[in-house]
Design a protein around this ligand. Structure first.
Ligand code: FAD
Length: 565
């Protein structure tokens, strides 16, 4: 693909062009549509994924799907495939010894911190659900259509796309382009964005099979992912409901001291695949049918930049990682959630384009950490011969899922802030840069989560004595800011009286939460001029002006007027 091209015939105009319609591209389309942004997606394939790939989805992924009304639909579909409280363990083989339990119950302890849940589900079942939600919300998706080339200038991106059936090419002019075109991203390459990391670490294969014997061996085992670790094969297994079919992802086989013998992707035949699956099942003469063998590359790399001009890399185009830990697709979905509201506010003329720079600033450090954490889990769970001492220590799964700590011009950090990319979500308590805590609220007899308030606008949450904040929001009359009172008649009931404690403020304080549910700023108690304080904070965030650390910013609010809030 070239990073230039020419315009032929009629040019179609669209605010955002999305390249790639797999898990992450579809999520971008859905989140942007939910923000009211018109998009056009092009995807080379004729439809959504046909291979299971991702299966382990994080709490945060369900939280962001909940924000676009997908939680119940996804939960029901996931429960048809797996139980929500399945776990992850390592065994010698299905018939052999249990070696370790990594996660006994995927959803243990989740209720206390989230309105959502983790889930196991095949990627090929999840994608159509996101696709249909995106289409319901107005996204346009063109399958069997590929991006051929693109060029960008000061005002937009001009792309040449081709209908693969007719061979017809046409031009699309977009204000911004999102590259969700996977780990071998042609867009990334055309932009000359390098990747760095551990590189290619294994030539892997996924073997799909049917094995009735597995049903007996899996009886009473509540496992969504089963790592296999024996002298013949190292990888992981996922069984379908009923446990008579599944797939085995194989990272290494045979003697790991001789890397050439473990280059399974080059040498595999149906007979070798059968031997490998039998070794994983642990029954040497088991009747097993091999239905498909798919080679893939295990890579641990991050792009050096997540954006260039008007083009943004998301998902595997930005970071490719081993599947261990189940981070890859999840991180990609969450990339697009971070980007969508920023693009929406810029396209609406409410925020400065500088806000878009915070996408790289917030997501890249996290992506780099996640790639390394996936690698650390890969080495520990599957490839210890690579040397555990060469890996980063494991970061707790809670921190990895809901403990993200952003620092950028779209966050007004507090002075005692550390520089870590992740934090313990049980202790973050409304600290700017972290995910706003979940709180059970009630109004007019209806129970909801505080997360349900964070959709298209900034929300200022204030406590029982926060009337001056509410008045300040009213006087400010910003189209992107609303106020919510917690724990007062007329506001939301907080029956556990947990708001102040969870969000780290006094009853006179206030917390500003972004549309993606991250805390942008808080005043721990009342301030002298709340309207001015808010105007300054919002102005800084929307104009993405460099923010000095320190409590309530001063200033005159000029930046706010400049961008028309
Ligand atoms: C065995 C396995 C297990 C995994 N398990 C998990 C897991 O449990 N949890 C998890 O989160 N992740 C998991 N992953 C990772 C996950 O599958 C990927 O991270 C995810 O698919 C990335 O999605 P994506 O949309 O960024 O890229 P892809 O899925 O690679 O999609 C890119 C799309 O772009 C299209 N495309 C490329 N170029 C063009 C072009 N020029 N024009 C038009 N279209 C184009 C391609 O056709 C493709 O459909 C697993 C991966 C594997 C291999």
């Amino acid at each position: 693909m070239s990073h230039s091209g020419s315009v032929h015939g009629d040019v179609e105009e669209v605010p955002v062009l999305i390249v790639g319609g797999s898990l992450v591209g579809l999520s971008a389309a859905a989140f942007l549509a939910a923000q009211g942004v018109e998009t056009l997606s092009v995807e080379r394939h004729r439809g959504t994924a046909i291979h299971p790939r991702a299966g382990h989805f994080q709490l945060r992924t369900m939280e962001v799907l909940r924000a676009i009304g997908l939680q119940d639909i996804v939960r029901r579909a996931a429960e048809e495939q797996y139980d929500l409280d399945f776990g992850i363990a390592a065994v010698e083989s299905l018939a052999g010894r249990e070696l370790a339990v990594f996660i006994p119950n995927l959803n243990e302890g989740v209720d206390a911190v989230s309105p959502s849940m983790r889930f196991f589900m095949t990627q090929q079942s999840l994608e159509p659900l996101i696709r249909s939600r995106a289409e319901q919300l107005g996204a346009r998706l063109c399958y069997a259509t590929e991006l051929r080339s693109f060029e960008q200038d000061g005002d937009g991106v001009t792309a040449t796309i081709r209908d693969l059936d007719s061979g017809r090419e046409r031009s699309v002019r977009a204000r911004y382009m999102i590259a969700s075109d996977g780990n071998r991203s042609g867009v990334r390459e055309a932009l000359g964005i390098a990747v760095k990391g551990r590189g290619l670490i294994a030539h892997s294969v996924t073997i799909y099979f049917r094995a009735d014997v597995a049903a007996r061996l899996m009886e009473n085992r509540r496992l969504g992912v089963i790592y296999i670790n024996n002298p013949v094969v190292r990888g992981f297994l996922r069984m379908d409901k009923g446990n008579r079919s599944g797939f085995l992802a194989v990272n290494t086989v045979g003697d790991t001291a001789r890397p050439e013998s473990s280059r399974i992707a080059d040498t595999i035949t149906p007979q070798i695949a059968l031997d490998i699956v039998r070794a994983a099942v642990g029954v040497p003469d088991a009747a097993i049918e091999i239905t498909q063998i798919i080679p893939w590359r295990t890579v641990a790399d991050s792009a050096e930049r997540y954006s260039q001009g008007r083009v943004f890399l998301v998902g595997d185009a930005a970071h490719t990682m081993p599947p261990n830990g189940g981070f890859g697709g999840n991180t990609g979905v969450q990339d697009t959630h971070n980007l969508a509201w920023k693009l929406a506010l810029v396209l609406r003329g409410i925020a400065s384009p500088r806000l878009l720079e915070t996408y790289d600033g917030e997501r890249r450090p996290l992506g780099t950490l996640t790639v390394e954490q996936a690698y650390s889990r890969y080495v520990r769970r599957t490839a210890p011969h690579l040397g555990i001492e060469t890996t980063e220590p494991l970061v707790d799964d809670w921190n990895m899922e809901i403990g993200h700590h952003y620092r950028s011009t779209a966050i007004l950090s507090e002075p005692e802030d550390s520089a870590q990319v992740h934090t313990d979500p049980f202790k973050s308590r409304g600290r700017p840069g972290t995910r706003a805590p979940h709180l059970v609220l009630e109004r007019a007899g209806k129970r909801l989560s505080s997360h349900d308030l964070y959709l298209r606008n900034f929300v200022l949450l204030c406590g029982a004595d926060g009337e001056p904040w509410v008045e300040a929001v009213e006087r400010l009359a910003s189209p992107v800011l609303t106020a919510e009172r917690i724990g007062t008649p007329g506001g939301f009931r907080d029956s556990a009286n947990a708001f102040g404690e969870s969000y780290g403020i006094a009853s006179t304080g206030a917390v500003l939460v972004r549309p993606d549910g991250f805390v942008a700023w808080r005043a721990k108690a009342a301030v002298a001029r709340p309207q001015e304080a808010l105007a300054n904070v919002l102005g800084r965030i929307l104009s993405a002006a460099p923010a000095a650390t320190g409590g309530t910013p001063g200033g005159t609010g000029d930046s706010l007027r400049e961008i028309g809030v």
